[in-house]
Design a protein around this ligand. Structure first.
Ligand code: MRU
Length: 352
C-alpha cells in the first residue's frame, strides 16, 4: 500500500500524519504529551472514528510514561478528559473504556508503571491488528452481498467522507470494501462525494483511490440526486461514527441526505463499521450527540472570508441516517439488517 500510515509507533515514539495537509504535504507530528493527543483529535490532525480511538490509546501510553503513575483513578481521570476531544465517534470512548477494563487487574495487583506501559502498548497493537482483520471480514461479507444482488460483475459504487486507511489503518471500512472489491477486479467506477465543508472526500478519499489506481470521479454533494439517477450506481458504502440499538447511524453530515435519495432511486445504502462503532446503550439515533464545528469552516476558504460579514453558519459535522433507509450494516460479526429489530442487532453485536 503506497498510502502513508496515519499513525506510526517506532521505538516508543508516536507520530501522527497531519491529515489537514493532505494531499499536498505528508507531514508527521510527534505526540509527546497527553495534551498533544487531545489536540490531534480535537483539531483533526487525525480523524475517522477508529483512528481516533487508536490515537487515544497511544495517548494513554504516552500519559503513563510521562506520569509514572500506577494509579487506576489517575488513569481514569486522564482518559475521561481525553474522551472529551470529540463527541460523536463512540470509538474514542470505546477504546478508552476497553483499556481501563483491560488494565484493571494490573492496577488491582499494583503492577509497576513499566508493566502497565508494556501491557497497554501490546493491547493497543492487538486492537489495531484486530481491526485490520475485522475490516477484511466486513469486506468479504460485502462482496458476498454484492454477488447475491448483482452476480459476479464489476460494480459502480458511491461513498462519502473518508473511511479508508487514513481513517482506520490498513484497508479501512467502507472504503476498505471498495479496495477489496477492486483487488478482485470488481470495481467499475467510484463516485466520491467531496464532503463539504471539510473535504475529507476530495482531499483524502480521492487521494486513496488515486494511489490505488481505482477509477473514480469526485462529485459535489449537490450532484447526488443527479448521479444516482443517471450513473447506474449499484450500491453506496459509508462508515459510521455511532450506531444506536435500532440501527440509526451517525456518520459524516450529508450521509442521511444520500440515504434518503438512494431510497428514492432504489439504490441499496450500506454501512460498514466494526462493533466498536456501536452504542447499544442508546435506543435511537435521536440520542446521539452531534458535534458542531466552527462556522469558519463554511464562511471562510483558505483563511479568507467568502461570505458577507453579517452571514453566520450552522455547521453540524455529522447527521443521523434513520435505520429504515439502511439496507444493511456490515460488522465483523455479520450482516445486520436494521429491519431485524433492536434485540437482534444487540445480540449480533454482543456475539450471542
Ligand atoms: O470528521 P471526521 O473526518 O472524523 O469524520 C469521519 C467520518 O464521518 C467517517 O465516515 C467515520 O468516522 C467512519 S471512519 C471508518
Amino acid at each position: 500500500m503506497n498510502i502513508p500510515s496515519p499513525l506510526i509507533e517506532e521505538r516508543g515514539i508516536i507520530r501522527a500524519l497531519d491529515q489537514r495537509l493532505l494531499p499536498q504535504q505528508e507531514v508527521y507530528c510527534e505526540m509527546n504529551r497527553l495534551e498533544d493527543c487531545h489536540r490531534f483529535i480535537a483539531d483533526m490532525v487525525v480523524r475517522g472514528a477508529p483512528l481516533i480511538g487508536f490515537t487515544a490509546l497511544w495517548g494513554m501510553v504516552v500519559w503513563l510514561k510521562k506520569s509514572h503513575s500506577n494509579c487506576a483513578n489517575e488513569y481514569a481521570k486522564a482518559s475521561s478528559w481525553l474522551a472529551t476531544a470529540r463527541p460523536t465517534a463512540v470509538n474514542l470512548a470505546y477504546e478508552l473504556n476497553s483499556s481501563k477494563d483491560f488494565l484493571a487487574p494490573y492496577f488491582a495487583e499494583q503492577a509497576t508503571n513499566e508493566i502497565l506501559v508494556e501491557k497497554l502498548e501490546s493491547f493497543t497493537r492487538e486492537r489495531m491488528a484486530q481491526l485490520e482483520q475485522d475490516n477484511l471480514t466486513m469486506a468479504k461479507l460485502a462482496e458476498t452481498e454484492m454477488n447475491a444482488l448483482y452476480g459476479k460483475r464489476s460494480y459502480r459504487v458511491m461513498t462519502l467522507c473518508n473511511t479508508g486507511y487514513l481513517a482506520c489503518g490498513p484497508l479501512g471500512t467502507a472504503l476498505g470494501v471498495v479496495s477489496y472489491l477492486n483487488s478482485k477486479g470488481k470495481v467499475d467506477h467510484v463516485f466520491a462525494c467531496e464532503t463539504r465543508p471539510y473535504l475529507q472526500g476530495a482531499r483524502l478519499t480521492a487521494y486513496e483511490l488515486d494511489k490505488q489506481g481505482i477509477s473514480h470521479s469526485l462529485i459535489v454533494e449537490g450532484a447526488i440526486s443527479h448521479v444516482l439517477k443517471t450513473q447506474n450506481i449499484d450500491a453506496i458504502f459509508i462508515g459510521a461514527d455511532r450506531i444506536a440499538a435500532n440501527g440509526d447511524t451517525a456518520n459524516k453530515v450529508g450521509s442521511s441526505t444520500l440515504a434518503i435519495c438512494a431510497r428514492h432511486y432504489g439504490v441499496p445504502f450500506f454501512v460498514v463499521a466494526p462493533t466498536s462503532s456501536f452504542d447499544t446503550s442508546l435506543s435511537s439515533g435521536d440520542l446521539i450527540e452531534i458535534e458542531m464545528r466552527p462556522e469558519e469552516e463554511i464562511t471562510h476558504r483558505d483563511g479568507k472570508r467568502v461570505t458577507s460579514i453579517g452571514t453566520s453558519a450552522f455547521n453540524p459535522s455529522f447527521d443521523v441516517t434513520a435505520s429504515e433507509h439502511i439496507a444493511g450494516i456490515f460488522c465483523e460479526k455479520g450482516l445486520i439488517r436494521p429491519s431485524m429489530g433492536a434485540d437482534n442487532l444487540c445480540n449480533i453485536v454482543k456475539g450471542v
